[in-house]
Design a protein around this ligand. Structure first.
Ligand code: IPE
Ligand code: IPE
Ligand code: MG
Length: 264
C-alpha cells in the first residue's frame, strides 16, 4: 500500500502547498476508507482577528464544505466530523445557541450540494437534550440525503464517545435480558455494531487541527488503530491543501496493527 510514496517520502513540513503537486503525490489506490476530523480552533481563529468566536464557527462551516467536497471527489467513503460534544454544553449559553442555529442553517443550505455529491448524512450523538429545531433539521437532512452512495458523512452533534459506549452497553444488556444474545456471544463485532458508527470501517485517519494532543471524547473505541494527524492550522483556515497534506502524510505511515512490518 505504501510502495507508491516510499521513494519520495516527505514529512508534512516539507510537503508543498500547491494543490496540483499534492494531487500528483497522492496515491488514489491507498486512500483511507474513513477519515475522522475534530473541527477545532474556531474560537482561536476569531480571537486572533479581534472577532467574536461565533464568526470563527461560521467560517469553520466553509472548511467542512471543502473537506466534504474533496472527499466526494476523491472517493473517500466515510467522513466523521465532530461538530458539538456532550461537554460543549459547558460553554456560555449564547455560544451554545449560536452553534445549534448554525447547524440548522447548515442543514438547510448544504442539502442540495450534499445530494449532488452523493453524500449521505448521518447525525451521530444523543438526540436527548437537543432543541426541537435541531431535531427537525437532523431528520430532514438525513431523510433528504439518504440515497447518497458516495460518501457517508457522520456529523457528530451532542456526541460523546463515553455516552455512545454506555448506550451500546445498555442495549446489549437488554438483548441479553430478552435472551436474544448470550453473554458469551458478546465480542468486538457485537459492540461495534451497537455504536453509532455501526456498519462503517473504523477510521484509518484522525485529523486534529489547532494543535491539541487529545481526543476529547471522540470515537474512543473506533480509534484503536487509527493514524493521528495533528496540525497547528486552525479549523477555519483548513482547506483542500491541508486535507491533501494530511492524506499524503497518512500514506507515508507504516501501519502495523500490533504485528511486524509487512506482516499483518
Ligand atoms: C471548535 O472550535 C468548535 C466547537 C468545539 C464547537 P472551538 O470553539 O473549540 O475553538 P477554540 O478551541 O476555542 O479555538
Ligand atoms: C472538541 O473540541 C469538540 C469539537 C470540535 C466539537 P473542544 O474544543 O471542545 O475540545 P477541548 O475542550 O479542547 O478538549
Ligand atoms: Mg476547542
Amino acid at each position: 500500500m505504501l510502495e507508491g510514496v516510499v521513494g519520495r517520502r516527505r514529512t508534512e513540513k516539507t510537503l508543498p502547498r500547491n494543490e496540483k503537486i499534492l494531487r500528483s503525490l497522492l496515491d488514489p489506490s491507498a486512500l483511507p476508507r474513513h477519515v475522522a476530523v475534530i473541527m477545532d480552533g474556531n474560537g482561536r481563529w476569531a480571537i486572533k482577528r479581534g472577532l467574536p468566536r461565533t464568526l470563527g464557527h461560521r467560517t469553520g462551516v466553509k472548511s467542512l464544505r471543502e473537506v466534504v467536497r474533496l472527499s466526494a471527489e476523491l472517493g473517500i467513503s466515510a467522513l466523521s466530523a465532530y461538530a458539538f460534544s456532550t461537554e460543549n454544553w459547558r460553554r456560555p449559553p449564547e455560544e451554545v445557541s449560536f452553534l445549534m442555529e448554525l447547524f440548522v442553517e447548515y442543514a438547510g443550505k448544504e442539502v442540495e450540494e450534499l445530494r449532488r455529491n452523493g453524500v449521505k448524512v448521518r447525525v451521530i450523538g444523543r438526540r436527548e437534550g437537543l432543541p426541537a429545531r435541531v431535531l427537525e433539521a437532523i431528520q430532514s437532512l438525513e431523510q433528504e440525503t439518504k440515497e447518497g452512495g458516495r460518501v457517508t458523512l457522520n456529523l457528530a452533534v451532542n456526541y460523546g464517545s463515553r455516552w455512545e459506549i454506555v448506550d451500546a452497553v445498555k442495549a446489549i444488556a437488554q438483548e441479553v435480558q430478552r435472551g436474544v444474545v448470550k453473554p458469551e456471544e458478546i465480542d468486538e463485532a457485537v459492540i461495534s455494531s451497537h455504536l453509532y458508527t455501526a456498519g462503517l470501517p473504523d477510521p484509518d485517519l484522525l485529523i486534529r487541527p489547532a494543535g491539541e494532543l487529545r481526543v476529547s471524547n471522540f470515537l474512543l473505541w473506533q480509534l484503536a488503530y487509527t493514524e493521528f494527524y495533528v496540525t497547528p492550522v486552525l479549523w477555519p483556515d483548513f482547506g483542500r491543501v491541508d486535507f491533501l497534506q494530511a492524506l499524503i502524510t497518512y500514506q507515508q505511515r507504516e501501519r502495523r496493527f500490533g504485528g511486524l512490518k509487512g506482516n499483518r
